[in-house]
Design a protein around this ligand. Structure first.
Ligand SMILES: [Zn+2]
Length: 170
């Protein structure tokens, strides 16, 4: 642990408030407004009891992801890190999901690859591993059908997309 730099702003990061979510599981959780976007944001009790909280800026995860460089974010206790990971996992679980088919990408030349992307805030987060690696476009589409999500709609590649993108299902 290094001592806090008084010239370095401390940001305390919370998870976006979700109506209906049960926050009573963590007693002392508070909903405050993000000081950047003014969105309702949930802060865990350990964040609020952070020794520097009095001079910190309270922001949501989406705004935090737009900050430049990790040095702008204050140090977290292991407890806070655990809470942030939980909050991020919950965000990912509830995130808008899309599936994109790539033709012969550089990591799988000659194959059709299906990847899942999740949209969190303004960021698009790909799964680390492909959902499916197939030898034809038909099998790639079947891999998406097999997910059993009846509402998925096919969107063809857009002019700005990278050339390996065939289509997306969202
Ligand atoms: Zn915000």
């Amino acid at each position: 642990m290094t001592s806090p730099d008084p010239d370095q702003p401390l940001f305390i990061i919370g998870a976006p408030f979700e109506p209906g979510a049960d926050y009573s599981a963590i007693p002392g959780t508070r909903t405050l407004f993000c000081e950047h976007c003014k969105g309702a944001t949930v802060f865990a009790p350990s964040s609020l009891s952070h020794p520097e909280a009095g001079s910190a800026t309270f922001i949501c995860m989406s705004c935090a992801s737009k900050l430049e460089g990790p040095s702008e974010i204050g140090e977290f206790t292991p407890l806070q890190m655990g809470e942030i990971r939980q909050a991020m996992a919950r965000e990912l679980e509830n995130a808008f999901t899309m599936f994109t088919i790539f033709k012969s990408p550089s990591d799988y030349p000659g194959s059709y690859v299906v990847r899942r992307f999740r949209i969190v805030g303004l960021g698009i987060i790909p799964d680390p591993d492909p959902l499916a690696v197939c030898d034809s476009l038909g099998s790639a589409r079947l891999a998406i059908q097999d997910l059993g999500r009846p509402g998925l709609v096919c969107v063809p590649a857009q002019p700005d997309d990278e050339p390996q993108i065939v289509e997306s299902w969202m």
